[in-house]
Design a protein around this ligand. Structure first.
Ligand SMILES: Nc1ncnc2c1ncn2[C@@H]1O[C@H](COP(=O)(O)OP(=O)(O)OP(=O)(O)O)[C@@H](O)[C@H]1O
Length: 279
């Protein structure tokens, strides 16, 4: 399949007994879960549950005091973010991290180049045809991503001129340009209206289905999480309190308790759906 050629095979991620403290505060306590290759796994939980801390451990920004992060069988716990990027990790950020004055296309190109040690012009001069082939392949992948995410019409526009929803889409494009084996999405639909949320949910599903990429996302929009996830992990006060299929987690009284302070799953879903509808 043409689109699948952009990805390099889905990765399996295992988090084993991870603990992280900030001084006396335990942000994560003995957290374990697994992200199956080619799945969409959602990490959810109330504010302060430890989701961002977990994400930062997985992408290498935080070093946990205990536990391991195992990527396709290799312990990557102590590796730095650029090394993880080379291994196939790519992420988006809660607050969009794009170069606002630059065009969409240049931002997408930077996603790839940021992690290259060699300056591209030098590479061209010294390696000649091999480097040119790599550049051509990269341009082809970039164009495929632009077509895939339906952003061809804005490719030469500066990011600052785009709507919030489109900026989030460009961030996804930039992450995809790294040809990731695992994509980490930090609140991909936060701040979006309903239509933008539905578009983004469709693109995330398409990335999984057409590229076969493993996806782990942190997200507060419960109806979107329940619609597109294969597996949901729930954190509360730094601990995993539930995990399973979306409908299993939805029916788990521990989850309702954590969000609502009551053990009534039906009341929880009614509230979360109302919140999603109001967004
Ligand atoms: N850099 C930090 N220094 C000190 N404490 C921190 C730091 N980052 C997070 N914490 C604390 O760790 C706990 C977990 O926070 P974290 O941001 O991981 O939760 P979260 O689930 O992502 O929350 P939210 O949904 O509000 O983003 C919180 O009590 C938070 O105050």
């Amino acid at each position: 399949m043409q689109a699948r050629a952009g990805a390099q095979g889905a990765a399996r991620l295992k988090v084993e007994g991870l603990s992280l403290s900030f001084g006396g505060l335990k942000a994560l306590r003995d957290v374990s879960f697994e992200v199956e290759p080619g799945s969409i796994t959602a990490l959810i939980g109330p504010n302060g549950a430890g989701k961002t801390s977990m994400f930062n451990c997985i992408s290498g920004f935080y070093k946990p005091q205990a536990g391991r992060i195992v990527y396709d069988g290799a312990d990557v716990t102590r590796t730095h973010p650029p090394e993880r990027a080379k291994m196939g990790f790519a992420r988006t950020f809660q607050n969009i991290a794009l170069f606002r004055g630059m065009t969409v296309l240049d931002n997408i190109k930077l996603g790839r180049h940021a992690y290259m040690k060699t300056n591209l012009l030098q590479a061209l001069a010294y390696w000649g045809p091999a480097a040119r082939e790599e550049m051509e392949l990269r341009a082809e992948v970039e164009q495929r991503i632009i077509d895939f995410l339906e952003i061809n019409h804005i490719r030469n526009m500066p990011v600052a001129a785009l709507s919030y929803g489109l900026q989030k889409r460009v961030e996804l494009a930039r992450a995809l340009a790294m040809r990731p084996r695992i994509l980490l999405l930090d609140e991909p639909v936060a701040g979006m209206n309903r239509e933008e949320t539905e578009d983004m949910a469709r693109f995330i599903l398409d990335v999984k289905e057409e590229w076969g990429t493993t996806i782990l996302m942190v997200e507060h929009d419960m109806s979107m999480v329940m619609d597109i996830s294969d597996h949901v992990v729930v954190l509360n006060f730094g601990e995993v309190i539930s995990s399973g299929l979306p409908h299993e987690v939805q029916a788990d009284p521990h989850v309702a308790e954590a969000y609502l302070g009551s053990g009534d799953p039906a009341a929880l879903m009614a509230r979360l759906k109302a919140e999603a509808g109001a967004a």
